[in-house]
Design a protein around this ligand. Structure first.
Ligand SMILES: *Cc1c(COP(=O)(O)O)cnc(C)c1O
Length: 377
């Protein structure tokens, strides 16, 4: 029986009141007042040029691929250690993902391996700030500028993380956020597109509104709306935005509790890790992380499996993470081969994540720590 889950959704207490207000409002479809409030909150707190709530991070990534006009024959640089949505967004447009290995310290795309994978057909560099620890943005941006290609940040883990003092999600032309239940800030299912280059603003609104100029119509800029471009329905109901507003407003409470949990794991497991050749997360000095998850790198795939079973015996659910995309059934179809991304192949076999959620009690965390310390590699 599971006594301590990997994740448990967290509510701040203000969600129901806001949802009631949304229900009482004249409309609770997309782009109602709570959605606008979330846009403003995100734009002002991040210093982002424009934020648009979406139905998921996956959909925001699909919008990014559409906005960049990625099409058949194009290539997009993608870290092999990532969520499938990233590759899919570009594959849906007929493009080919070109997988790049990750750094052994942060598990982020290895900036030193990007340049040699760029060809005339490369349209964009896609990256994930894994665990809310930033990629090496100075190097990546300079490569992108040199080749005249776009950067898309998947910042599903990294809302309010920083690189050299600047918020993640404000570096690439486009960036995405996730508000899935497992993320620091959530509304069950949801996401956002951050637009840092204003040339994309108008088209992003159109793609998100089924290929119509309905957003301009609602603002009174035109007297009827019509079909003007491709698009889909990427805007969430205002009920979800009402839930999300409560979460975003409790940023300090959520982040400080998560910081406490993360630091307790790091402190209490330090000696155990050293004695058992287990590696704890590494956060480079220039990065301010978001306390999204706590993972360890075990000495071997066998010891990882043994620790998963050991913790399961205590009713504690621990989970591994991304399988290498280049070796997945889809990745193989794009020419992926064993050995292409050795760091990803190695670390994805040995990485293990411990229960980590905002509402985790000290007693729950104490039980996880005691159970982990009882394990010997
Ligand atoms: C959770 C996650 C996604 C998918 O987010 P959804 O909102 O569920 O679509 C994409 N990328 C990363 C890195 C994620 O962690």
């Amino acid at each position: 029986m599971i006594r301590i889950p990997f994740n448990r959704p967290f509510a701040t207490g203000d969600e129901l009141g806001y949802i009631r207000a949304a229900i009482a409002a004249p409309k609770f479809s997309g782009d109602g007042s709570f959605t606008v409030q979330c846009h403003t909150l995100l734009e002002q707190s991040l210093g982002a040029q424009k934020a648009l709530l979406t139905t998921s991070c996956t959909h925001a990534l699909e919008m990014a691929a559409l906005l960049l006009d990625v099409g058949p024959g194009d290539e997009v640089i993608v870290p092999s250690f990532a969520f499938p949505s990233a590759a899919n967004a570009f594959v849906l447009r007929g493009a080919k993902p070109v997988f790049v290995d990750v750094r052994a310290d942060t598990l982020n795309i290895d900036e030193n391996q990007i340049d040699r994978r760029i060809t005339k057909r490369t349209k964009a560099i896609f990256l994930v700030h894994y665990a809310g620890v930033s990629c090496e943005m100075d190097t990546i941006l300079s490569i992108a500028h040199r080749h005249g290609i776009a950067v898309v940040e998947d910042n599903a883990h990294g809302l309010y993380g920083k690189y050299r003092g600047r918020y993640l999600g404000t570096f690439g032309e486009l960036a995405t956020l996730s508000f899935h239940e497992t993320k620091n800030f959530s509304c069950g299912e949801g996401g956002a597109l951050l637009i840092n280059d204003a040339q994309f603003n108008e088209r992003a609104e159109i793609l998100r509104e089924k290929g119509t100029d309905r957003s301009r119509f609602f603002r009174g800029e035109i007297d009827k709306y019509t079909w003007v471009d491709v698009g889909s329905s990427y805007l969430p109901s205002d009920l979800l935005a009402a839930f999300l507003r409560a979460q975003l407003e409790h940023r300090d409470q959520i982040q400080s509790r998560r910081q406490q949990i993360w630091e307790t794991y790091a402190r209490e497991l330090g000696a155990w890790a050293e004695a058992n050749r287990v590696r704890l997360p590494i956060v480079p000095l220039e990065c301010e992380q978001t306390y999204h998850m706590f993972y360890v790198i075990m000495p071997s795939v066998e010891s990882r499996q043994a620790l998963i079973s050991h913790l399961a015996g205590y009713g504690i659910l621990s989970v591994f993470h991304y399988l290498p995309l280049h070796l997945s059934p889809m990745g193989l179809r794009f020419g992926g081969r064993q050995g292409d991304c050795p760091v990803t192949e190695d670390l994805s076999d040995r990485l293990l994540r411990f229960p980590f959620f905002t509402g985790m009690s000290s007693s729950e965390q104490g039980q996880v720590i005691d159970a982990v310390r009882a394990f010997r590699c």
